[in-house]
Design a protein around this ligand. Structure first.
Ligand code: OGA
Ligand code: MN
Length: 360
């Protein structure tokens, strides 16, 4: 999809690549004796901008660190910009805890539902009700010959004519495991990397494929994006949410440096919301040679990239899932009811990013 995470000789040398390597998750080399106790290497986080503390001291004293400006836009909370990056806006804690929970639930249950596409489509075809299937311990089994067919299966999914995949209860899946390929729904949920809402983005063509069936962006998400986009919109103009990409990150996952250049009008912002575990975001310049700024992204933060900031390389080299750094205790409490166990388990070690775009 985006910039590759593999370090080629050339890529190795750019300032952006160096910063990615600095913050990326590496493990200590002591793993020979105790493989299970892999310890993450310590990273120096002293240069990472922390808009939460910037916001707190701004609220108390009105002071801001050099290079950071407060944007006056009649918004109900502080919005910050960067002197050297016109068009970039950071809204710390823009989403309430309830909103964060709502969008985490949606991101796991409804957003990956067909006709929305996910990274699993290419292998399995459209998969319905993945989250529920994972919760119920179901197994997705490939049906390619008669001996695999069974009437007890549910939720038929298919990938064209050649392959058909269906969810089975664990027990009945075991008996056909010898003849058919299978994968558990919980593994598929862990391996969910993206889903696309509204106009469907075709990764292979790196473009929006308007011929693909799609639903409109859900109304509540569209309304939220319009409200959040306001600081980056010309007065009197309203943001039109037409597409969204939902990124799912597990420990060790990264989003390589890239530009989002497939939308027609770059003056319109990309509205990007963070949910779950804390991450590091890199905002570079128009060249990969420009040294990027690193900043923390926490659950509930919203970032806007419009105008010149749309031409700047950016990426997410790191997410934190350890107790101290993930900073998701308030979310854990929200999901503490037994019915929400699956959400709790997922979000403890994951980050979700929803970025909403006006395409035309
Ligand atoms: C993207 C993107 C940033 C993030 O999906 O294009 O830049 O915070 N995401 O995950
Ligand atoms: Mn992007």
């Amino acid at each position: 999809m985006y910039g590759s995470d593999k370090a080629g000789d050339d890529a190795e040398r750019t300032a952006f690549r160096k910063a990615e390597k600095k913050y990326k998750l590496y493990y200590e080399d002591n793993s020979k004796s105790s493989k299970k106790k892999k310890l993450p290497k310590q990273v120096d986080l002293s240069e990472v901008l922390d808009f939460k503390s910037i916001s707190e001291s701004y609220n108390q004293t009105g002071d801001l660190p050099p290079g950071i400006v407060a944007v006056n836009c009649g918004f109900d909370r502080p919005v910050f910009g960067l002197e050297n990056h016109p068009g970039f806006y950071f809204i710390p804690g823009a989403l309430t805890l309830e909103e964060q929970c709502q969008w985490i639930r949606e991101s796991l249950t409804n957003f990956p539902q067909p006709p929305n596409r996910t990274n699993h489509n290419v292998i399995y075809g459209p998969i319905s009700n993945l989250f529920v299937a994972a919760k119920e311990g179901k197994i997705l089994v490939e049906e390619k010959s008669d001996d695999c067919l069974d009437s007890k299966s549910s939720d038929i999914v298919s990938n064209g004519d050649a392959q058909r995949w269906k969810f089975y209860e664990e027990d009945s899946a075991k008996s056909r495991g010898k003849t058919c390929k299978s994968v558990s729904a919980s593994v598929l949920l862990r391996k969910l990397r993206w889903s696309t809402l509204g106009l469907q983005f075709a990764w292979s063509k790196r473009n929006y494929d308007v011929s693909l069936p799609h639903n409109k962006i859900p109304d509540a998400l569209g309304q939220l994006a319009k409200r959040m986009a306001q600081p980056a919109m010309p007065i009197g103009e309203e943001f039109r949410p037409e597409a969204a990409i939902v990124n799912y990150f597990a420990l060790g996952d990264a989003l390589g440096g890239h530009l989002d250049d497939m939308e027609v009008d770059w003056s319109k912002p990309i509205v990007s919301m963070s949910l779950g575990c804390k991450a590091i975001f890199l905002l570079g310049g128009k060249s990969r040679e420009d040294e990027p700024l690193a900043m923390f992204l926490r659950s509930g933060d919203v970032v806007l990239m419009a105008g010149e900031a749309r031409e700047c390389f950016h990426g997410v080299p790191r997410i934190f899932t350890d107790e101290e750094n993930a900073e998701i205790t308030p979310l854990e409490l929200q999901f503490s009811h037994a019915d929400d166990h699956c959400f709790l388990e997922y979000i403890r070690t994951s980050r979700i990013n929803i970025n909403i775009r006006q395409v035309y």
